[in-house]
Design a protein around this ligand. Structure first.
Ligand code: SAH
Length: 200
């Protein structure tokens, strides 16, 4: 089985389609829902967390405009599915997860797939990953109430960040943030629904 072509509606970057076709999404799902791996739906991955629908994963990846050379920071490793896609489209990925169980599981899944250009950090996404900053790209897959200032600090000039923003249980807005020499540009892309980015 594989994705129906409808999932890639609006995706102009053929590499994203090839990469998503090459990664078995069922490997990232709990056993009882593996049958739904190719449905365009968000699904539970345990610990109260969810993996986004594949069409949104493709779209957010496209917004990053990856060429293969980038150093990418991902906040919210979750199952590691988005991480695996980034790893195949960028040079190096640093991924941060706050739930230990998910962090450990994602490491194993990506290792089994032979993906080696990823560093996994257990910690809070609000802190980003200071030790490896700055980043060419940042992608956030849990929604904070506001854009965390440290993530803006850790973005390179001309870097792009894709992030859902909004209070818990209200409509969130997916934003594209571009750091230019003249300041930080914010573009609203769409209404979305993500799990909240936990504040501790
Ligand atoms: N992109 C993931 C899905 C992410 S779900 C995938 O492809 O599977 C959101 C993830 O963000 C969850 O795993 C959740 O535990 C994590 N998360 C929530 N708050 C966080 C925080 N403050 N710092 C880091 N990770 C966080």
């Amino acid at each position: 089985m594989g994705f129906s072509r409808n999932i890639f509606y609006g995706i102009k970057d053929k590499r994203i389609i090839d990469v998503m076709d090459s990664i078995p999404r069922e490997l990232f799902l709990p056993d009882n829902i593996k049958d739904y791996a190719y449905v365009d739906s968000a699904l539970p991955i345990g610990c109260g967390q969810t993996i986004s629908q594949p069409s949104l994963v493709a779209y957010m990846t496209q917004l990053l405009e990856l060429t293969g050379k980038e150093k990418v920071l991902e906040i919210g490793t979750g199952s590691g599915y988005q991480t695996a896609i980034l790893a195949k489209l960028a040079d190096r990925v640093y991924t941060v997860e706050i739930v230990r169980e998910l962090h450990e599981k994602a490491k194993q899944t990506l290792k089994a797939l032979g993906i080696t250009n990823v560093e996994y950090k257990l910690g809070s996404g609000y802190e980003g990953c200071e030790e490896h900053a700055p980043f060419d790209r940042i992608i956030v897959t849990a929604a904070p109430p506001q854009i965390p200032p440290k993530l803006i600090d850790q973005l390179k000039e001309d870097g792009r960040m894709v992030i859902p923003v909004g209070p818990e249980s209200q409509t969130q807005i997916l934003k594209l943030v571009i750091k230019t020499p003249d300041g930080v540009l914010e573009k609203d892309i769409d209404y979305v629904m993500f799990v909240p980015m936990i504040e501790k």
